[in-house]
Each structure stands twice: as C-alpha cells, then as structure tokens.
Ligand binder design. Structure first.
Ligand code: NAD
Ligand code: MLT
Length: 312
C-alpha cells in the first residue's frame, strides 16, 4: 500500500487519478502547520503540493518513506531541491499544464494597464463617470520586451505579434533561428529594457534573475514603460519599482507575484493608482488546474510503480 499525502488544494480530477489506482491511499490535509506537516509526512510515500506548502529540509528529513514530491505547477522554489536530492527523493512538476493560463493572465494584465481597466472600474463603482481621465494607449505598434523566452514567454510573444506589437526577446537559450521563426528580435537585456513600451518577465527566480529588473535597469527604461510580472516575485526589485513609480519614471506596473506572499496590507505597492495587483492568479483557470493536477498525479503514480516518468 502506497500513501500519498496531498497538502495543497489541487483539482479534484488529480485526486481522482490517484484514488483510481489500486494499493494507493490518498490523504488530503491542507493548511497544515509545520508541526502537523512533519507528523503527516512520516508515513507518506509521496507528497503532492502546489506553492503554499514549504517543503524544507526538515520536512524532507521527516519523510522517512518519501520517494517522490509532485508539484502541481511549474515553479519548484517552495521545495528544497538540494535536500531532496541528498535524500534520494525525486521532485517532479507539471511544466506545461498552466502555460496558456499564465500567458493569458499576462496579456490580461498588459491590456488592463494599457486601458486603465481596474482604475476605471473602481472609479465608476465609486459613482464617477470619467471618460476623459482614463484615456489609454494601444498595443499595436508598441514594443514588448519579453525577458525569458521559455514556454510562457513564447506564448506571450506569439499573442503580442497578433496584436501588431514588435517583440524583443531576451533569453540566454534563444537562438537566432528560433527568434526569427517567432518573428521576435533577439536582444540583450539592456537593449530590450531600454527599447520597450511594455516589459514582461518570464524566467524562474534564480540567483541570476533575482532583481533582474532592479534600480540600474529601471534607470534605462522609457518613462512611458509599463511592466508586468506574472512569473516570480523577486525578479523585479519591488522597492526600486516603487521609487520609479513615485518619481514617474515608469508609467505603470501589473504584478501577480511578490517578493513575499501574501502581499502585506501596508505594502507600498498598494498606494499607486497605476499599479494592478492580483494574488498569484496566473495559473488559476479551471483548465490549468485540471491539467497540472492530472499531470502531476500521473507522474507520481509512475514513480511509485517504478514505471517510466517525465518532468523530474
Ligand atoms: P520555462 O522553463 O519554460 O521558461 C523559463 C525561461 O527562462 C527559459 O527559456 C530559460 O532559458 C529562461 N531563463 C532562465 N534564466 C534566465 C535569465 N537569467 N535571463 C533570461 N532568461 C532566463 O518556464 P515557464 O513555464 O515559461 O515559466 C516561467 C515562470 O513563470 C516561472 O518562474 C514559473 O514559475 C512562473 N509561473 C508563474 C505562474 C503564476 O501563477 N503567476 C504560472 C505559471 C508559471
Ligand atoms: C507555477 O509555478 O506553476 C505557478 O506559480 C502557479 C502555482 O503556484 O500553482
């Protein structure tokens, strides 16, 4: 009998995949304290999480029978990969189940910024009818810098082309050939940032990408630039961004992810009318949640059954 512990909310369809396998017992326990998690994991052969559960060294060490950790999503930054590797525990993710959801959320953010949709909505609900105040800009003819041309960055770039935008792509692995085939101009990060009307980041958060958009890069941008982060908090230096917004060196920002989540009630980002904030909703579509839950459940079962698996 294999015990699978699920500690974050994942779509029912993923749970059904796990429950449909003979000799598997599924234990869904969400919102556990660290002590409760340490206790629950002791008997588990597999752990399935989203981004809320912090799978640190102590949690992995307490998982005496643990063979695999499945992440229903892309980023594995809530899992201590080094500790898992040391203990011989596999970490697998669902790398493409939420790509379209995240790309569409990015686009929703860009359009919302361009047309002031959240601010105009707030204004109208507050009793005002301000047609002059909320004049926006078009995407057509504007330049979009995509930093990180992986799965999501590529989907964003494709959509931007359809909207008539020029796309500057920055990614150490972006070849000239691939850029040409997408109609994207390969650029250095500074060229991309300085030439952009919109900037969107789609990298993982690593030592290299931490504060990729920081004080120095923000000194290169056009004052009309609008910046989007639907990737990971920390890729943009929030303090430097707030300074740039306050000094009107940036025209707006839309952020789905933050250096610390949930975003604090008194966070300075909340003060700007031209900033749009969503609570890490990039992957929050019915379709994406089903995709990642099913993908990760199937892979976890493959690992437990010693069958070939993907995404480790
Ligand atoms: P991916 O692995 O397909 O693409 C990431 C790309 O970033 C790769 O092409 C890689 O070469 C590039 N990259 C790495 N380091 C770089 C650097 N220093 N400079 C420039 N490019 C660099 O990943 P993806 O599926 O496209 O996801 C991108 C990000 O979006 C991840 O951080 C992921 O966790 C996040 N994400 C967020 C949400 C959300 O809910 N907001 C949803 C899905 C994914
Ligand atoms: C991801 O990395 O997949 C996203 O941040 C979405 C999530 O946390 O589920």
């Amino acid at each position: 009998m294999f015990r699978i512990l699920v500690t974050d909310d994942i779509a029912k369809s993923g749970i059904e995949v796990l429950e449909g396998v003979p000799d598997v017992q599924v234990d869904v326990q969400t919102n556990l304290s660290e002590t409760e998690l340490l206790e629950a994991i002791a008997e588990a052969d597999a752990l399935v999480v989203r981004s809320q559960t912090m799978v640190n060294e102590a949690v992995i060490a307490a998982g005496k029978r643990l063979k695999v950790i499945g992440r229903a999503g892309v980023g594995v930054d809530n899992i201590d990969l080094e500790a898992a590797t040391k203990q011989g525990v596999l970490v697998i993710n669902a790398p493409d189940g939420n790509t379209i959801a995240a790309a569409e959320h990015t686009f929703a953010m860009m359009i919302s910024l361009a047309r002031h949709i959240p601010a105009a909505n707030r204004d109208l609900l507050g009793g005002k009818w301000n047609r002059k105040r909320w004049v926006g800009v078009e995407l057509r003819g504007k330049t979009l810098a995509v930093l990180g041309m992986g799965r999501i960055g590529t989907e964003v770039a494709k959509r931007a082309k359809v909207f008539g935008m020029q796309v500057l792509g920055f990614d150490p692995f972006l070849t000239e050939e691939r850029a040409n085939s997408l109609g994207v101009v390969k650029a250095s990060i500074d060229e991309a940032v300085a030439g952009a009307d919109f900037i969107t980041v789609h990298t993982p958060l690593t030592k290299e990408t931490h504060h990729l958009i920081g004080r120095e890069r923000l000194s290169l941008v056009k004052p009309t630039v609008r910046i989007v982060n639907c990737a990971r908090g920390g890729i943009i230096d929030e303090q430097a961004l707030c300074e740039a917004l306050a000094e009107e060196r940036v025209a707006g920002a839309a952020l789905d992810v933050f250096e610390s989540e949930p975003l604090l009630e008194d966070h300075p980002l909340r003060q700007f009318e031209n900033v749009i904030l969503t609570p890490h909703l990039g992957a929050s579509t019915v379709e994406a949640q089903e995709n990642v839950a099913i993908q990760v459940a199937e892979q976890v079962i493959h690992v437990l059954m010693d069958e070939p698996f993907e995404h480790a």
